[in-house]
Design a binder for this molecule. Sequence first.
Ligand code: 8Y4
Length: 277
Amino acid sequence: MAILNTTPDSFSDGGSFFQNNALQLDAVLRAAEAAISEGASILDVGGESTRPGAASITVQEELDRVLPVVERILRAFDVAVSVDTSTPDVMREAAVAGVKLINDVRALSRDGALEAALETGLPVCLMHMQGSPQTMQTNPSYDDPVSEVLEWLLERARQCLAAGFSQGQILLDPGFGFGKTLAHNQALFRALPQFVASGFPILVGVSRKTMIGEITGRPVNQRDVGSAVAAAMAAASGAAIVRVHDVVSTRDALRVASALGDPRSLECWGSHAFQVK
Ligand code: 8Y4
């Protein structure tokens, strides 16, 4: 899954798709084409920044950012698009436009989001976050991060199943960096096989995040090697989808790990892969 950010204040790319506060659709289209040619099978399109301190936007602003991008991509390319949103109207409109997956960092917690997502019939990725984007990194605290995050996700999945979602429509995500210290992220990463054992496809997003910066000592524009290593390790642990900025380095890391890794531990590669087409 390649990240296509349409927010003007995106931390990782400095909002490169914006000029004079206007979204440059052609630049987004070129980035989409590049990611596809590099081997991405899903493009994740989002319009709302979850960066702490990011300005909140209206539903209309989010629709105006996300929908033209989704529509242009799906008109131009044969690729699966996921929509990174917590907003019911954006879920509905993106579904009409043809997205294949709803990626909600708030796990359908906004008013009306669960109902809206259910009505679309699409699969949803439920991500764990402690607190809100504004406050999540202030003082993240857990007695046992692994059991707390896993139990929370399983409870949320049960609620979605009770509301009418089917088993195959739910993906889970530990939410790396969302209300977690490096130690919490490390514990969760090492426990990925436990998350995989839940039977739900697991999505992992660590690309260019602070945890990669803390481990490598590198600024955000130099974290692709670290991110690719983490992506390959997540896949080797059975993650079904890795959400990444740099598709080229990720694909290389996945290929090398798969070719040189222990075939017994790698047998599961692909068996967990989530089919979006
Ligand atoms: C540098 C680069 C620093 C990126 C921070 C970031 C996830 C996600 C995000 C994730 C799922 C981000 C939308 C945060 N992270 N969706 N979204 N899982 N499912 N920060 O981990 O990339 S945005």
